[in-house]
Ligand binder design. Structure first.
Ligand code: AMP
Length: 132
Protein backbone atom coordinates (compact mmCIF):
# COMPACT_ATOMS: atom_id res chain seq x y z
CA UNK A 1 0.00 0.00 0.00
CA UNK A 2 1.25 3.48 -0.87
CA UNK A 3 2.59 5.50 2.06
CA UNK A 4 0.85 8.69 3.13
CA UNK A 5 3.82 10.61 1.69
CA UNK A 6 3.47 8.88 -1.69
CA UNK A 7 -0.19 9.99 -1.64
CA UNK A 8 0.95 13.55 -0.83
CA UNK A 9 3.45 13.48 -3.70
CA UNK A 10 0.78 12.28 -6.15
CA UNK A 11 -1.67 14.94 -4.89
CA UNK A 12 -4.15 12.34 -3.63
CA UNK A 13 -3.73 13.87 -0.15
CA UNK A 14 -3.29 17.65 0.13
CA UNK A 15 -0.16 19.21 1.62
CA UNK A 16 1.42 22.58 2.22
CA UNK A 17 3.87 22.11 -0.63
CA UNK A 18 7.21 23.91 -0.61
CA UNK A 19 9.00 22.53 -3.67
CA UNK A 20 9.56 19.51 -5.88
CA UNK A 21 11.79 18.31 -8.65
CA UNK A 22 12.07 15.04 -10.54
CA UNK A 23 13.19 13.02 -7.50
CA UNK A 24 12.26 14.97 -4.34
CA UNK A 25 9.29 16.69 -2.71
CA UNK A 26 9.21 19.11 0.25
CA UNK A 27 6.16 20.13 2.30
CA UNK A 28 5.35 21.47 5.76
CA UNK A 29 4.99 19.05 8.66
CA UNK A 30 1.39 19.37 9.82
CA UNK A 31 2.41 18.92 13.46
CA UNK A 32 5.41 21.24 13.54
CA UNK A 33 7.95 21.68 16.29
CA UNK A 34 8.57 25.20 14.96
CA UNK A 35 7.15 27.50 12.30
CA UNK A 36 8.67 26.39 9.00
CA UNK A 37 9.22 22.75 10.08
CA UNK A 38 9.50 21.03 6.71
CA UNK A 39 9.78 17.44 5.52
CA UNK A 40 11.85 16.51 2.48
CA UNK A 41 11.18 13.12 0.90
CA UNK A 42 12.47 11.17 -2.06
CA UNK A 43 9.66 10.43 -4.50
CA UNK A 44 10.73 6.81 -4.60
CA UNK A 45 9.14 5.15 -1.58
CA UNK A 46 11.85 3.57 0.58
CA UNK A 47 11.23 3.19 4.32
CA UNK A 48 14.74 3.49 5.79
CA UNK A 49 17.07 6.31 4.76
CA UNK A 50 20.14 4.06 4.77
CA UNK A 51 18.46 1.73 2.28
CA UNK A 52 18.36 4.52 -0.34
CA UNK A 53 20.61 4.23 -3.36
CA UNK A 54 23.73 6.38 -2.91
CA UNK A 55 22.82 8.92 -5.58
CA UNK A 56 19.29 9.39 -4.23
CA UNK A 57 20.63 9.75 -0.66
CA UNK A 58 23.19 12.36 -1.78
CA UNK A 59 20.60 14.21 -3.87
CA UNK A 60 18.16 14.23 -0.95
CA UNK A 61 20.70 16.19 1.08
CA UNK A 62 21.47 18.61 -1.74
CA UNK A 63 17.75 19.25 -2.30
CA UNK A 64 17.32 19.69 1.49
CA UNK A 65 20.10 22.28 1.50
CA UNK A 66 18.22 24.42 -1.05
CA UNK A 67 15.02 24.13 0.97
CA UNK A 68 16.85 24.91 4.25
CA UNK A 69 18.33 28.11 2.76
CA UNK A 70 14.84 29.19 1.70
CA UNK A 71 13.39 28.43 5.16
CA UNK A 72 16.11 30.41 6.96
CA UNK A 73 15.53 33.39 4.71
CA UNK A 74 11.90 33.50 5.83
CA UNK A 75 11.88 32.22 9.42
CA UNK A 76 14.02 33.98 12.01
CA UNK A 77 16.30 31.37 13.66
CA UNK A 78 19.94 30.60 14.45
CA UNK A 79 20.06 27.76 11.94
CA UNK A 80 18.10 24.90 10.43
CA UNK A 81 18.34 21.72 12.43
CA UNK A 82 18.14 18.42 10.59
CA UNK A 83 16.75 15.16 11.92
CA UNK A 84 15.73 11.77 10.64
CA UNK A 85 13.37 9.73 12.79
CA UNK A 86 11.04 7.71 10.58
CA UNK A 87 9.29 5.79 13.32
CA UNK A 88 5.83 7.06 12.34
CA UNK A 89 5.81 7.16 8.54
CA UNK A 90 7.69 4.37 6.69
CA UNK A 91 8.82 6.60 3.81
CA UNK A 92 12.23 8.25 4.16
CA UNK A 93 12.01 11.90 5.16
CA UNK A 94 14.35 14.54 6.50
CA UNK A 95 12.97 16.99 9.07
CA UNK A 96 14.23 20.56 8.56
CA UNK A 97 13.51 22.58 11.69
CA UNK A 98 14.32 26.24 12.41
CA UNK A 99 16.10 26.23 15.79
CA UNK A 100 17.49 28.66 18.34
CA UNK A 101 18.11 26.14 21.13
CA UNK A 102 18.60 22.39 21.31
CA UNK A 103 15.15 22.07 22.90
CA UNK A 104 13.60 23.38 19.65
CA UNK A 105 14.39 20.03 18.04
CA UNK A 106 13.16 17.87 20.91
CA UNK A 107 10.58 15.55 19.35
CA UNK A 108 9.06 14.70 22.73
CA UNK A 109 7.88 18.32 23.07
CA UNK A 110 4.30 19.35 22.43
CA UNK A 111 3.81 20.37 18.78
CA UNK A 112 2.66 23.83 17.70
CA UNK A 113 -0.96 24.33 16.82
CA UNK A 114 -0.99 26.43 13.66
CA UNK A 115 -4.08 27.33 11.68
CA UNK A 116 -4.52 26.27 8.07
CA UNK A 117 -4.06 29.91 7.07
CA UNK A 118 -0.78 30.18 9.00
CA UNK A 119 0.55 26.98 7.41
CA UNK A 120 -0.56 28.13 3.96
CA UNK A 121 1.15 31.51 4.40
CA UNK A 122 4.40 29.97 5.69
CA UNK A 123 4.52 27.49 2.78
CA UNK A 124 3.82 30.27 0.29
CA UNK A 125 6.63 32.47 1.65
CA UNK A 126 9.20 29.65 1.66
CA UNK A 127 8.24 28.32 -1.75
CA UNK A 128 8.48 31.82 -3.28
CA UNK A 129 12.14 31.96 -2.24
CA UNK A 130 12.80 28.75 -4.16
CA UNK A 131 11.27 30.15 -7.36
CA UNK A 132 13.93 32.91 -7.56
P1 AMP B 1 8.58 10.33 11.89
O1 AMP B 1 8.20 9.20 10.95
O2 AMP B 1 8.70 9.86 13.31
O3 AMP B 1 9.81 11.05 11.42
O4 AMP B 1 7.39 11.38 11.92
C1 AMP B 1 6.58 11.61 10.80
C2 AMP B 1 6.27 13.08 10.70
O5 AMP B 1 5.35 13.24 9.63
C3 AMP B 1 5.61 13.69 11.95
O6 AMP B 1 6.36 14.85 12.35
C4 AMP B 1 4.20 14.07 11.46
O7 AMP B 1 3.71 15.25 12.05
C5 AMP B 1 4.40 14.21 9.97
N1 AMP B 1 3.19 13.95 9.19
C6 AMP B 1 2.39 12.86 9.27
N2 AMP B 1 1.38 12.95 8.39
C7 AMP B 1 1.56 14.13 7.73
C8 AMP B 1 0.84 14.82 6.70
N3 AMP B 1 -0.27 14.29 6.16
N4 AMP B 1 1.31 16.01 6.27
C9 AMP B 1 2.43 16.54 6.81
N5 AMP B 1 3.15 15.95 7.78
C10 AMP B 1 2.72 14.77 8.24
Amino acid sequence: MASIFTKIISGEIPSYKIAEDENYFAFLDINPLAKGHTLVVPKKEVDYIFDLEDDILAGLHIFSKKVAKAIESVISCKRIGIAVIGLEVPHTHIHLIPINNVSDIDFSREKLKLTETELFEIAKKISKKLEL
